[in-house]
Design a protein around this ligand. Sequence first.
Ligand SMILES: [Zn+2]
Length: 349
Amino acid sequence: MLATVIHAARDIRVEEVPDPVLSTGGDAVVRVVAACVCGSDLWPYRGITPTHAPHRIGHEFVGVVEAIGDDVQRIAVGDFVIAPFYVCDNTCINCRNGVSTSCLHGGWWGSDDRLGAFADGGQGERVRVPLADGTLVSVPAPVSDAQVPGLLSLSDVMGTGHHAAVSAGVQAGESVAVVGDGAVGLCAIIAARRFGATTIIAMSRHPERQQLARLFGATHIVAERGDVGITAVQEITFGIGADRVLECVGTKESMDQAIRSTRPGGMVGYVGAPNGGPELPVRPLFNRNVGVNGGIAPVRGYIEELLPDVLAGVIEPGRVFDLELPLAQAAEAYAAMDDRRAVKVLLRP
Ligand SMILES: [Zn+2]
């Protein structure tokens, strides 16, 4: 089969790789209907994370189950399934505590599972899925083609934006500022509105993304950064800062922006994977009673909660995909996101 392999920075190839096979009774093999490129895939692409040897890449996909092991009970051949961006059993103590990203038996796409069998990357024609009962969520049939982007967003970005809002404790009637206008930041706006926030400030400098932010529920746009941006947020929020700030980038600058845009007693929900060394300034947090909560989003646990709203069209996170390419053009997908010509690219095998 064909799958995406990263060989080095800016060297993405679609190559022939071994077909996945069932390895344990708990496995499934999924034929990928759609996959996508994540902002975090750009780190190895840009060379920020070194690539020492060619390896498979991609961790967001939806597809149809082609085969299951003898022990699989919740998933059937023919099911349309959503895969979260990691493998989990959904039964261990960490999964039950709502942190399935810390699953005691979990793992990551594009690498060996804990028993030593390979779990394929998501950007390919097929994927061997370990712990299929825990990892995969079936979508009630029929699934239309138009629903695919929204379902794919539940693999990562919509669940991650939701986690930012959950972590910050967003409640109805509150003010929320969102730092970051990538796919996760845009989904965080959807999540903030879904929780009933009435003032939603999108911090974005890009006209097309500002437009999407408005469509998703942003009531205000702040294009400025740094002190000027903080002053702009304060002017919208009674001069004190936002009740909740959702940090969806992961850099030192974005974390600083988030913390300083939060009102005394408010909370930052952070989901931007730390990149460039953000550190918490404890004394300013202490002085202003600002809390910081969040981390890698345990999206598996959010899929069932968000799925009905996606299927009903109540929320439309699939709109973050503004470019669709065949899998064969994966290299162009990376380039388009790297150049910010696309917010997020959907790949069709
Ligand atoms: Zn677990």
